[in-house]
Design a binder for this molecule. Structure first.
Ligand code: IMP
Length: 191
């Protein structure tokens, strides 16, 4: 079964293809000939995920899913949340974003946070939504080289290593996106 994952992030396609296995072939935006930037102008993760999937479905008429993820930090009232990619500015720098989080948390004891992923699927014209989350804490400083984004400063609950110190397999087992994708996979298998 062929499904378009409405993203240009090759890293995410690899993560998701690994979780989906051979039963599904994930095609990227590039594979369907979509080179334009997808609209992402909503103020919630749910709104953005839906907006992206609807854009692809309307313009390319393919079954597709889109995701939107945010890092929600309790002491920062849910920031950076839906603004996670551009937290420190439009250059979308992971280093600058992490530094801004660490600066904002300086002297604050409560370092609880969660990653939350929303996946919206449009299959045979019908809309479905899936959510996955992982709770953890924000480290005092970055560590590890794997992964991307905020991985070096996020330590999932029950672990001592950051996401960036884990292998892709380990991260996928417990991650927000892993959990949301698992729900998507369960749904597709029962469809
Ligand atoms: P997106 O909606 O998946 O593009 O995620 C928005 C932003 O959240 C990304 O630009 C990253 O900064 C961050 N992010 C998303 N997923 C992860 C992850 O698995 N690890 C670390 N950061 C992530």
């Amino acid at each position: 079964m062929k499904l378009c994952f409405a993203t240009n992030n090759a890293h995410k396609i690899t993560e998701v293809q690994q979780l989906l296995g051979n039963a599904f072939e994930i095609v990227s935006l590039q594979d369907i000939g979509c080179t334009e930037e997808l609209p992402e102008t909503q103020e919630t993760l749910e709104g953005n995920a839906r907006q992206k999937a609807e854009f692809v479905y309307q313009h390319y008429q393919v079954d597709c899913f889109a995701d939107d993820t945010g890092l929600e930090i309790e002491a920062l009232h849910g920031e950076p949340g839906v603004y996670s990619a551009r937290y420190a500015g439009s250059q979308r720098s992971s280093q600058a974003n992490m530094q801004k989080v660490l600066n904002n948390l300086e002297g604050i004891e409560n370092r609880k946070a969660q990653f939350r992923t929303i996946i919206s699927l449009i299959l045979e014209g019908k809309f479905h939504i899936f959510e996955g989350a992982v709770v953890g804490t924000i480290a005092q400083q970055p560590s590890g080289q794997q992964g991307f984004g905020y991985d070096p400063i996020f330590i999932p609950e029950g672990h001592e290593q950051s996401f960036a110190e884990m292998s892709l397999e380990e991260k996928n087992q417990i991650s927000h996106r892993g959990r949301a994708v698992q729900k998507l996979v369960d749904f597709l298998k029962n469809h």
